[in-house]
Design a protein around this ligand. Structure first.
Ligand code: ZN
Length: 296
């Protein structure tokens, strides 16, 4: 497996070839390889947008919270679902991967289970997220510089590519598994990039997810189920629900968690203060895993 077999020019869809410190397509579209190892496929002038998760403070809050392990079960479950397939090697695409915490853990889990090649491509609209993700992958012993190392790199790989997930710089039918964790789902792109027999794994919030936090933040809590509804052409091939309690022991952790959620933008200052004043809380984690395959 080599990353250049999978990525394509986001402008014209052609193959990309390495050049001095960059990669380019036959039509002359050039993309720089950053010092950290990522290639930025975002359209030029796409400014940093806090709502797209690019804000460094938000990403750091997310990383602090996740690195305490509260959501590690997500990766255990996702990797189990990916490993149900009996494949030679796995090409995984994580759409909306943020700081790459879950991507890196999932790759390590899959490699630990199967001992076979696994390559993850993590996409997000955030360049800062890619910087953090590359560093984490490197610290975790994953190959993250495939563009430099050539096709013979041994072991698990993870590459992080800032890009518009609704226009992925990826060849058709190349992904064994696509992961969407608490992120918008670009269904048409998923349909295009999945291999026949490949699967989309969606992780979404269940009815009671962080209910105790929402009860502090909102006057009236809406109990909604966020199960994804697939358009025609997809069929659900499996579901799993998981619910457990986490004890968040510090006000700083509650603050970090809040910053990871859309509730941060919706909550009033007074309500956020109320949450901080709790200091610690037991919170319900309630998530749904939904697996989709392509209809044949
Ligand atoms: Zn091009």
């Amino acid at each position: 497996m080599h990353i250049l077999d999978f990525i394509r020019c986001p402008v014209c869809g052609e193959r990309l070839h390495p050049a001095e410190g960059s990669i380019l397509c036959p039509n002359g579209h050039t993309y720089d390889i950053a010092r950290q190892g990522y290639v930025n496929f975002l359209p030029p002038g796409k400014a940093s947008n806090p709502r797209s998760g690019d804000d460094r403070g938000m990403l750091e809050a997310r990383r602090r919270f996740l690195s305490k392990g509260y959501y590690d079960r997500f990766d255990d479950t996702v990797s189990d679902l990916v490993c149900r397939r009996d494949a030679e090697g796995t090409v995984l695409m994580d759409l909306g991967c943020g700081d790459g915490y879950h991507t890196v853990r999932t790759v390590r889990e899959i490699f630990g289970h199967t001992g076979r090649g696994v390559m993850a491509l993590g996409f997000d609209a955030s360049k800062n997220g890619a910087v953090m993700a590359c560093r984490l992958a490197e610290d975790a012993g994953l190959h993250t510089r495939g563009l430099f190392t050539g096709p013979d790199a041994e072991g698990p790989e993870a590459h992080f590519l800032p890009a518009n997930i609704f226009r992925l710089p990826v060849a058709g039918q190349c992904a064994d598994a696509v992961i969407s964790m608490f992120a918008p789902i670009p269904w048409d792109e998923v349909r295009r990039i999945l291999k026949p027999g490949g699967e989309l794994i969606v992780v979404s919030a269940g009815r009671e997810h962080l209910i105790e936090m929402r009860q502090v933040i909102y006057e009236k809590v809406e109990i909604g189920d966020f199960r994804p509804e697939a358009p025609s052409g997809f069929g659900c091939t499996g579901t799993k629900a998981d619910r457990y309690t986490i004890s968040v022991g510090k006000a700083e952790d509650l603050e970090d968690l809040l910053k990871m959620t859309p509730h941060y933008y919706r909550a009033t200052g007074g309500r956020k203060e109320e949450l901080r004043s709790r200091g610690s809380m037991d919170l319900t984690v309630d998530v749904n895993y939904t697996v989709f395959g392509l209809d044949v």
